[in-house]
Ligand binder design. Structure first.
Ligand SMILES: *Cc1c(COP(=O)(O)O)cnc(C)c1O
Length: 375
């Protein structure tokens, strides 16, 4: 049986968790939390990075920092994970969905401007499969209309758009370290903050609305409740698990890229024969091999392909069901414009196994099974 995902493990995790315990700092903001924050800041060039309990929570923090309130509208794709919308819907906003581009499965940047109203506050691009959205266009639209850009870069760590790290381009960026992502801490994430002036308020929101972070740095002699906030600070034990992977970030990335490139090479004949489609990575983007997917002709062919792989003990899975058709999507959102690609393209997409340590023989086995299906 080839599993779809195996959580990343490099070997040092248990030692670092033991170290966090010996430090007698198992709550947040200990040695490992700080190491991870600094690593993200140095790697992405963002002004400030704060580890959080999830990417969902990082996005909730961004929504709070952005001052999203009831009646506001936030533009995003419908082809995304629920958290992208949830974080804003929790603040009373309406999710305004626009169509995706069929090549990258990312929000179609040419449709965003038409969805803007007096109520629009933010644009939330989602970098699907770790491939960047058209950020130059999106940042330009935001600037002209006075909107914030909050990047859902849950899948985008280590990827770039025109040389800039995904997550560090918009006003805020959100990473995920869930066990299904390239780097993990079980459950966790990070908030990237572009303007250093917003860091202090972010720390306050993350620490239940208190200025405890400032207190621990010795900048004030007692801490108090200064704002509305919540509990978004992860345990240092989780950060210790993550640190073992960030230390080996390039090794993990190279390993995943090797699997991705092998899939692409082996499945290219099927693409050239017009039987399937393979992912597109624009020339000005580098990606992180978060995901390898193929597109079948339609829903029916996709289901048959998944079944045939399953019969050979190979896992392959479909992905997002567009949010605008879901019960909560209908209640809290609306689709602006025509759904030309969101439903059609999501119906055709199949994800193949991808994880750190996936053996080349197994990639070959999966590709052979896909080829066999199309024979
Ligand atoms: C994984 C993911 C999330 C949620 O991440 P959590 O860390 O589990 O909260 C949000 N958006 C996208 C696009 C994701 O892939």
């Amino acid at each position: 049986m080839i599993r779809f995902n195996i959580p990343p493990f490099t070997g040092k995790e248990t030692e670092y968790i033991a170290q966090a315990i010996r430090n007698m700092k198992i709550s947040g903001d200990g040695e490992f939390t700080k190491k991870c924050n600094t690593w993200i800041e140095e790697k992405t060039g963002t002004a400030a990075a704060l580890l959080t309990t999830s990417c969902t929570h990082a996005t909730e923090m961004a929504a709070l920092l952005a001052g999203i309130k009831p009646g506001d509208e936030v533009i995003m794709p419908s082809y995304t994970f629920v958290s992208t919308a949830d974080a804003f819907v929790l603040r009373g906003a309406t999710a305004v969905f626009v169509d995706i581009r069929p090549d990258t499965m990312n929000i179609d940047e040419t449709l965003i401007e038409d969805a803007i109203t007096d109520k629009t506050k933010a644009i939330v691009p989602v970098h699907y499969a770790g491939v960047g959205c058209e950020m130059d266009t999106i940042m330009d639209i935001a600037k002209r209309h006075g909107l914030l850009v909050i990047e859902d870069a849950a899948q985008g760590i280590m990827s770039t758009y025109k040389g800039k790290a995904l997550g560090a381009i918009g006003d805020y960026g959100c990473f995920s370290f869930h066990e299904t992502k390239n780097y993990s801490m079980g459950e966790g994430g990070a908030l990237l903050i572009k303007d250093p002036a917003n860091k202090e308020r972010a720390e306050i929101i993350r620490e239940k609305g208190t200025n405890r972070s400032k207190f621990f740095r010795g900048q004030i002699d007692k801490y108090t409740w200064v704002d509305a906030g919540s509990s978004y600070l992860p345990s240092d034990m989780n950060a210790a698990y993550l640190w073992a992977q960030l230390e080996k970030a390039d090794e993990i990335n190279d390993d995943r890229m090797a699997s991705w490139n092998l899939y692409y090479e082996m499945l290219s004949p099927l693409k050239e024969a017009g039987r399937i489609e393979l992912p597109t990575v624009p020339e000005h983007c580098t990606h992180n091999a978060h995901m390898f997917y193929v597109k079948a002709k339609d829903l029916e062919e996709r289901s048959a392909l998944i079944r045939s792989l399953k019969a050979k003990d190979l896992s392959a899975v479909f992905h997002y069901i567009p949010l605008h058709g879901a019960p909560a999507g209908q209640r809290y959102g609306r689709f602006h414009g025509e759904d030309r690609y969101t439903t059609k393209e999501s119906d055709r997409l199949v994800r193949l196994p991808m994880y750190y340590g996936l053996e080349p023989e197994n990639v070959e086995k999966i590709c052979d099974a896909v080829k066999e299906f199309y024979k």
